[in-house]
Design a protein around this ligand. Structure first.
Ligand code: ADP
Length: 619
C-alpha cells in the first residue's frame, strides 16, 4: 500500500470497452435504469458492511446509520449517488470497475449479433450495473474508501467511458462510495427532484435502507426503506415483486413466477423465491453461481448460498431470511446445520409446487429454459423423485414434432388396455430416436413410445425405474415382451416361425460370432430387416456410445442381432449360399447404422455392399 502511485491512467479490459461502446451508442431506450443500478450496488455495499461489522464493529466508524444519498446540482449538471457502505480499496476498484469478472463473459460476447434491439436485451440480461452510468453521463467520477482503511487511502476513479480511466489516491473522510455523473448534453431532465423521486419509487422502493434525496438543503426519504420480503403479501404489488427480482437476480427481464411465504413453527423463516424467465449464460458452467441470498433477521449474511438449494434447482433466485440461525454463521457451519437442512427442504418443496402450478404457457417457457437441469433432480433428490417425475416433459410418438410436451401422467392416461410398461427409446438425436427401427411394432400396435435424445436422458432413465407403479422399459433392451398386448394367436405364430428359422439363426451366429452375443428372430420389426438390442441387464448402446465419447472406459458388451422373418431379405437369406457371409455382415452393419452407431470397418461395409449390388445387377 505504501508504494502505490498517486495518479495513473489504466486501460479498460477489452470486453469492458466493447460493452461501454454498445451502451453509449444508443442501446438503451430506457435511460433511467442507471439510477436503479447504482442504488442497487449501493445497497449491496451496505449489506456487505453490516455483515463484516458483525465480527468487527469498528468498521462502522461511529456511523452505523446506513443510507444512500442522492444529490443533484443544476449548475454543474451533476447527479451524485453516495453510500456509507463497505467502499473499495484501490485494488478492488481496478478489479471491480475496470474488468468484468463474471463467468460466461466470453459466451455473452459471442452471442452479440450486431442487431441493436436484440443486443440491448442481451446486455440487460447480462447485467451491466455500474457501466450504465455512461448512458447518461459523459464523465463519471467515483470516490471511494474501503471501511477499515484510514482516510488517506481514498481512491478517485474518473473516466469518460472511452478507452481508459484514471486512478488517484485521495483523502476521503467518510468510508463508502460516492459516484458523480456529469450528464451529457440533453440529459438535463434528470436534474429534477420530482423525476428522481418517481424513478426511485418505481425501481428501488424495495431497497431496505433509506434513500435520501437532498434538494435545496432539505432531506427527504423517498422509499419505504423496509425489506420487501418482510412486508405482508397484500401490501406488495406485482411491479414491486418484479423490481425486487431484478435487484436480487441482476436480470433485466421480469421473472416467470414467484413464491413468498413466511414459515412458522419449529423453524421460522421467510422465503421469497423466483423462477427466472430465461436461463443464464452459465447455467451449465460448474462454477456458475447460485442465486439465493441468505439473511438472518434482516441482516445480509451471504450471496450465493448454495446450501439452500440443490444443484438441480440452481436457477432459482431470491432471498431466505432465517430467525433461528446465529448471525455469525459461516459457509462451513451452514454445511452441517440442521436448521439449514430443514429450510432447504422447505424451499425445495415450495419451488417444486411453484413449478407445478405454472399455467401451460409459462410451463412451456420454463421447460424450454430449465427442463434439462430439472431432469438432474431425478437422480439427485431421492426424496422428491415422484414429484419431479410428474414435472418432466418428453417428446413422444404421439406427436410428430420435437415439442417435449408429454408428461408421464399423460402417457399413463393414454396407455393401451393391457399395457403394463412405459416404453421409451434413447438416441443421440431426435431424428435417430424418431426413426429407430425399434419403434416399428409399437407404431403398428398404436402404442406410444417416449423419444429421448438429451444426453441427460440416459442418466434420467437409469435413475427413474417406474412412475405410478408402471415400470419404464427401453424398447431397445431385452426380449420384447409386450405382455397382454399380444394375443394367443400371435404368440403361436411367433413360436412356429422361431422354429422355422432356427437353422438360419445358427448360421448367422457363426458368421458374426465376433460381433454379437446372440442372434434371434424378432417380431418388433415390420419394415426393417434387422435391428440390434442390448441384453436386459447390459448397458444400452446409446449410453455406451455417450460414455465412450466422454473418454470413459466401458465394459465390453455385445449386442443381440434380431432379424425380421417377414422381410424378403431375411427370407431369401435362407437359400443364399455364396454370399451368405456378406449378407450377414451387411444386416449387422445396417442395423448398427440405423440406430446411430458407427461402423468399425466402414470400408469393408461399402465393399460388401458394392459386391452385392454388382451381383444383383448381373455384372
Ligand atoms: P454487479 O453489481 O453486477 O457485480 P457492477 O458493474 O455494477 O456489477 O459492479 C461491479 C462491482 O463493483 C460490484 O460487484 C461491487 O463489488 C463493486 N461496486 C460497485 N458499486 C459499489 C459501491 N457503491 N460500493 C462498493 N462496491 C461497489
Amino acid at each position: 500500500m505504501q508504494n502505490e502511485p498517486i495518479k495513473e491512467t489504466l486501460g479498460f479490459q477489452a470486453e469492458v470497452k466493447q460493452l461501454l461502446n454498445l451502451m453509449i451508442h444508443s442501446l438503451y431506450s430506457n435511460k433511467e435504469i442507471f439510477l436503479r443500478e447504482l442504488v442497487s450496488n449501493a445497497s449491496d455495499a451496505t449489506d456487505k458492511l453490516r455483515f463484516e461489522a458483525l465480527t468487527d464493529s469498528a468498521l462502522f466508524e461511529e456511523d452505523s446509520d446506513l443510507k444512500i444519498r442522492i444529490i443533484f446540482d443544476r449548475q454543474a449538471k451533476t447527479v451524485t449517488i453516495s453510500d456509507n457502505g463497505i467502499g473499495m480499496s484501490r485494488q478492488e476498484v481496478i478489479d471491480n470497475i475496470g474488468t468484468i469478472a463474471k463467468s460466461g463473459t466470453r459466451e455473452f460476447f459471442g452471442r452479440l449479433t450486431g442487431d441493436q434491439a436484440k443486443d440491448a436485451h442481451l446486455i440487460g440480461q447480462f447485467g451491466v450495473g455500474f457501466y450504465s452510468s455512461f448512458i447518461v453521463a459523459e464523465k463519471v467520477v467515483l470516490v471511494t474508501r474501503r471501511a477499515g482503511l484510514t482516510p488517506e487511502h481514498g481512491v478517485r476513479w474518473e473516466s469518460s467511458g472511452e478507452g481508459d480511466y484514471t486512478l488517484e489516491t485521495v483523502e476521503k473522510a467518510s468510508r463508502g462510495t460516492e459516484i458523480t455523473l456529469h450528464l451529457r448534453e440533453g440529459e438535463e431532465d434528470f436534474l429534477d427532484g420530482w423525476r428522481i423521486k418517481s424513478i426511485i419509487r418505481k425501481y428501488s422502493d424495495h431497497i431496505p435502507l433509506p434513500i435520501v434525496m437532498v434538494e435545496e438543503g432539505k432531506e427527504e426519504v423517498v422509499n419505504q426503506a423496509s425489506a420487501l420480503w418482510a412486508r405482508p403479501k397484500s401490501e406488495i404489488s406485482q411491479e414491486q415483486y418484479d423490481e425486487f427480482y431484478r435487484h436480487v437476480a441482476h436480470d433485466s427481464d421480469a421473472p416467470l413466477a414467484h413464491v413468498h411465504a413466511k414459515v412458522e413453527g419449529k423453524q421460522e423463516y421467510t422465503q421469497l423465491l423466483y423462477l427466472p424467465s430465461r436461463a443464464p449464460f452459465d447455467l451449465f458452467d460448474r462454477e456458475s453461481r447460485h442465486g439465493i441470498k441468505l439473511y438472518v433477521r434482516r441482516v445480509f449474511i451471504m450471496d450465493d448460498a448454495e446450501q439452500l438449494m440443490p444443484q438441480y434447482l440452481r436457477f432459482v433466485k431470491g432471498v431466505v431470511d432465517s430467525n433461528d440461525l446465529p448471525l455469525n454463521v459461516s459457509r462451513e457451519i451452514l454445511q452441517e446445520s440442521k436448521t439449514i437442512e430443514a429450510i432447504r427442504s422447505g424451499c425445495v418443496k415450495k419451488v417444486l409446487s411453484m413449478i407445478e402450478d405454472l399455467d401451460a404457457d409459462k410451463y412451456r417457457t420454463f421447460w424450454k429454459e430449465f427442463g434439462r437441469v430439472l431432469k438432474e433432480g431425478v437422480g439427485e433428490d431421492y426424496a422428491n423423485r415422484e414429484k419431479i417425475a410428474k414435472l418432466l416433459r418428453f417428446s413422444s410418438t404421439h406427436s410428430d414434432a420435437q415439442d417435449e410436451s408429454v408428461s408421464l401422467s399423460d402417457y399413463v392416461s393414454r396407455m393401451k388396455e393391457g399395457q403394463e410398461k412405459i416404453y421409451f427409446v434413447t438416441a443421440e438425436t431426435f431424428a435417430a430416436a424418431k426413426h429407430s427401427p425399434h419403434l416399428e411394432i409399437f407404431r403398428k400396435k398404436g402404442i406410444e413410445v417416449l423419444l429421448l435424445s438429451d444426453r441427460v436422458d440416459e442418466w434420467l432413465v437409469s435413475n427413474l425405474h417406474e412412475f405410478e407403479g408402471k415400470p419404464l422399459q427401453s424398447v431397445a433392451k431385452g426380449d420384447l415382451d409386450l405382455g397382454k398386448l399380444e394375443d394367443e394367436a400371435e404368440r403361436k405364430e411367433q413360436e412356429k416361425e422361431g422354429d422355422e428359422y432356427r437353422e438360419l439363426v445358427e448360421k448367422i451366429k457363426t458368421v458374426l460370432a465376433e460381433q454379437v452375443k446372440d442372434v434371434r428372430v424378432t417380431f418388433r420389426l415390420t419394415e426393417s430387416p434387422a435391428c440390434l438390442v442390448a441384453d436386459q441387464y447390459d448397458m444400452g448402446m446409446n449410453l455406451e456410445r455417450l460414455l465412450k465419447s466422454a473418454g470413459q472406459k466401458v465394459p465390453a458388451s455385445k449386442p443381440i442381432l434380431e432379424i425380421n422373418p417377414h422381410h424378403p431379405i431375411v427370407q431369401s437369406l435362407k437359400y443364399e449360399e455364396e454370399r451368405f457371409s456378406d449378407w450377414s455382415h451387411i444386416l449387422f452393419d445396417q442395423a448398427l447404422l440405423s440406430e446411430g452407431g458407427q461402423l468399425e470397418d466402414p470400408a469393408g461395409f461399402v465393399k460388401r455392399l458394392n459386391g452385392l449390388m454388382l451381383a444383383l445387377s448381373g455384372k
